[in-house]
Design a protein around this ligand. Structure first.
Ligand code: HEM
Length: 506
C-alpha cells in the first residue's frame, strides 16, 4: 500500500515537472537573428534529435556551424539551447560582468538532484573560487614540500620498485596519484593514506562526470525521475554518503584541534580553516564535507585526465622521455624545490601546454549566462537569460598552430623564445583567446597554478623513476560524449623502475 502511494506521488511529481518543463520550453528564448546548426542541416531541428547530435558528435556539429555561418550561431546541447560565439569574441566577453560563469555552471550541474548537491557550491558567493585563488595559490611555495613528500610515498606505493615490466590501467595509476596528492593538501596525511576514502573519492569524481553525461542524454523533464534509477546516479548518492561518513569525524577532529591551538600559527595547508575564513568574510557558511567533494570533483578528474593524456603523448614521441629527464636533472641539480624551480622546466611546461591544446578537458569553454542584454561589437545583442559558450576549434587552427593536429613538444617553448614580449602568454598556466585549456578571463580556472605544480611534481617522479612503454594494443582511441573526451579505463601501460634512477634528486 505504502509502495503504491509512493508510486502515485512520484508519478504526480513527474507529471507536474513535465508540465512545468513543457510550459517553460514553450517560453524558451529563441534567437531569431541567429542561424541554427544541426548535423542534418534542418533549420530548426527537433530539440531531442539535435541534443543527441550534440551528444554524439559535438566537435563535428561545432565545426560545421562555424564553417557554415562564420559568425555566432545557435545549437541544442545536452543542457539546452546555446549561442556559440566565435573565438574572436573571447577577449571582448572575458570580463563582462553581465555574463556569469556561476549562473551558467550551476545549471549544468544537476545540483538539485540527490547526490549532486556539492556541485551547487560552484556559485555560493564565489567562496570556492576565492579559497583556491586567495589561499591555495598563495601557499604554493609552502605546500611544495608536502606535495613532494606525498609524491615520493605515493609513487612507491602505486608503482612499486620492481625492475621487471608490469602492466596496469594508466587511468588507475594517475587517478590514485592525483587523489593522494590533492587529498594530502586538502585534508592532511591521515586522509591521503586512507584507501577507502581514496577509492570513494575517485569513484565519486569519475561516476559523477559519467552521470552528468548520461543525464544530458535524457529529456530535461525526465531527469528528476530517472536519476533515481540510473546506476551511475545511484552510485553517486551512495559514494557521497560513504565519503561524508569517513570525513565527518576528521573534520570534527581538525576543528577541535584548531580551537585548542593556543598560537595563531596556521598549518601549512589548512583547507578547513581557509573555507571557514573566506565564508565568514562573505557572511555565509559552507557545508565542509560537500565543499571537499566539490574540490575533489573540480581538481581530481581534470588533473587526472591531463596527466593521462600527457603521459600518452610523451610515450608516443620518440626520444622525449630522455629530453625531459635531462631537463629535470639539470634544473633539480642546481635549484631547490620551489614553485619557481618548476618554472625553469621549460620543455616540461611546453609539453603540458601542447598536450592540453590537443586534449582540452571540454570542447566548449567560457560558458556564460547573460544576466542583462549585452551588445557585442558586431551589433548582435545577446538577450538576458540566454546562454553562450566558445568552441575550442582555435586549438587546431593552422594559422596559429602550424601542423595543428601534430603533437610538437617544443611548440610553446619555441613560441616563448621567439615572442619574448608575450613570453608569459605561452606558459602552461597562462590563458589566452588562442589557448582556452583553463578557460579565459575573470572566471578562468583559479586552480591552474596548483594543478601545474602538482602535474610537474608528479611527472618528475614518474619520468625520473620509471621507464614506460605501451603493451600490445598500443594507444586506444579516446572516448567522447557531448563536450567531454577522456582516455578509457581500458588504456593499459607498461612500466618498470629505471635502472640506476637518479633517486638522490627526488
Ligand atoms: C589540469 C587541471 C584543471 C583543468 C584543465 C581545469 C579547467 C577548468 C576550467 C576550463 C574552468 C572554467 C573556466 C572558464 O569558464 O573560463 C575551471 C574552473 C574552476 N576550476 Fe579548474 N581545472 C583544473 C584544475 C583545478 C584544480 C586543481 C582546482 C582546485 C584546486 C580547480 C578549481 C576550479 C574552480 C573553483 C573553478 C570555478 C571558477 C569560478 O568560479 O570562477 N581546478 N577549471
Amino acid at each position: 500500500m505504502e509502495a503504491l502511494v509512493r508510486l502515485i506521488l512520484i508519478a504526480g511529481v513527474c507529471c507536474s515537472l513535465g508540465a512545468l518543463w513543457y510550459t517553460r520550453r514553450k517560453r524558451t528564448v529563441i534567437y531569431p537573428d541567429l542561424p541554427f546548426a544541426s548535423l542534418d542541416d534542418k533549420e530548426v531541428g527537433d530539440p531531442d534529435v539535435c541534443r543527441m547530435q550534440f551528444m554524439a558528435d559535438c566537435n563535428g556539429l561545432l565545426k560545421k556551424g562555424s564553417e557554415k555561418f562564420n559568425g555566432p550561431f545557435q545549437v541544442y546541447t545536452g543542457d539546452g539551447r546555446r549561442i556559440v560565439l566565435p573565438n574572436s569574441f573571447a577577449d571582448e566577453i572575458r570580463d563582462n560582468e553581465n555574463m556569469s560563469f556561476g549562473e551558467s555552471a550551476i545549471e549544468g550541474t544537476f545540483n538539485t538532484l540527490s547526490g549532486f548537491e556539492p556541485f551547487g557550491l560552484a556559485v555560493h558567493q564565489g567562496v570556492m573560487r576565492d579559497v583556491v585563488r586567495l589561499k591555495l595559490t598563495r601557499s604554493l611555495d609552502a605546500i611544495t614540500p608536502e606535495l613532494r613528500d606525498e609524491a615520493r610515498q605515493s609513487v612507491d606505493i602505486i608503482l612499486g620498485k620492481d625492475q621487471e615490466w608490469k602492466e596496469m590501467s594508466l587511468k588507475d595509476i594517475n587517478a590514485r596519484l592525483i587523489a593522494r596528492l590533492s587529498s594530502r593538501i586538502f585534508f592532511g596525511a591521515g586522509v591521503s593514506n586512507n584507501d577507502e576514502y581514496l577509492d570513494a573519492t575517485i569513484s565519486y569524481t569519475m561516476d559523477s562526470f559519467m552521470a552528468h553525461r548520461i543525464l544530458r542524454t535524457w529529456k530535461p523533464w525526465l531527469r528528476p525521475f530517472v536519476h533515481w534509477f540510473i546506476p551511475e546516479c545511484q552510485r553517486v548518492r551512495q559514494l557521497r554518503k560513504t565519503i561524508r561518513d569517513i570525513i565527518s569525524p576528521v573534520i570534527k577532529q581538525q576543528e577541535q584541534e584548531r580551537r585548542n591551538r593556543s598560537d595563531t600559527k596556521v598549518k601549512v595547508s589548512d583547507m578547513l580553516g581557509w573555507l571557514e575564513e573566506i565564508a565568514s568574510r562573505k557572511n555565509t557558511t559552507v557545508p565542509v564535507a560537500d565543499a571537499q567533494l566539490f574540490l575533489a570533483f573540480a581538481a581530481i578528474h581534470t588533473t587526472t585526465e591531463n596527466l593521462t593524456y600527457v603521459l600518452l603523448d610523451i610515450v608516443d614521441c620518440p626520444g622525449l622521455i630522455d629530453r625531459l629527464r635531462d631537463e629535470i636533472v639539470e634544473v633539480l641539480s642546481t635549484h631547490t624545490w620551489t614553485k619557481t624551480t618548476f618554472g625553469q622546466m621549460k620543455l616540461l611546461d611546453s609539453v603540458l601546454k601542447e598536450s592540453q591544446r590537443l586534449h582540452p578537458v571540454s570542447a566548449i569553454m567560457m560558458e556564460r549566462k547573460v544576466l542583462a542584454p549585452v551588445t557585442l561589437s558586431n551589433g548582435l545583442t545577446l538577450p538576458a537569460g540566454s546562454d553562450t559558450f566558445l568552441d575550442t576549434l582555435v586549438h587546431r587552427s593552422p594559422e596559429i598552430y602550424p601542423d595543428a593536429d601534430k603533437f610538437i613538444p617544443d611548440r610553446f617553448m619555441k613560441l616563448r623564445e621567439i615572442d619574448t614580449v608575450a613570453n608569459s602568454k605561452w606558459q602552461f598556466v597562462s590563458t589566452s583567446a588562442q589557448h582556452l585549456g583553463f578557460g579565459h578571463g575573470r572566471n578562468s580556472c583559479p586552480g591552474r597554478f596548483f594543478a601545474s605544480n602538482e602535474l610537474k611534481i608528479a611527472l618528475v617522479y614518474l619520468l625520473i623513476g620509471y621507464d614506460w612503454k605501451y603493451p600490445e594494443g598500443g594507444r586506444v582511441p579516446e572516448m567522447r560524449m557531448g563536450q567531454g573526451a577522456w582516455v578509457p579505463a581500458e588504456q593499459k601501460i607498461m612500466f618498470k623502475r629505471t635502472a640506476g634512477a637518479n633517486d638522490s634528486l627526488l
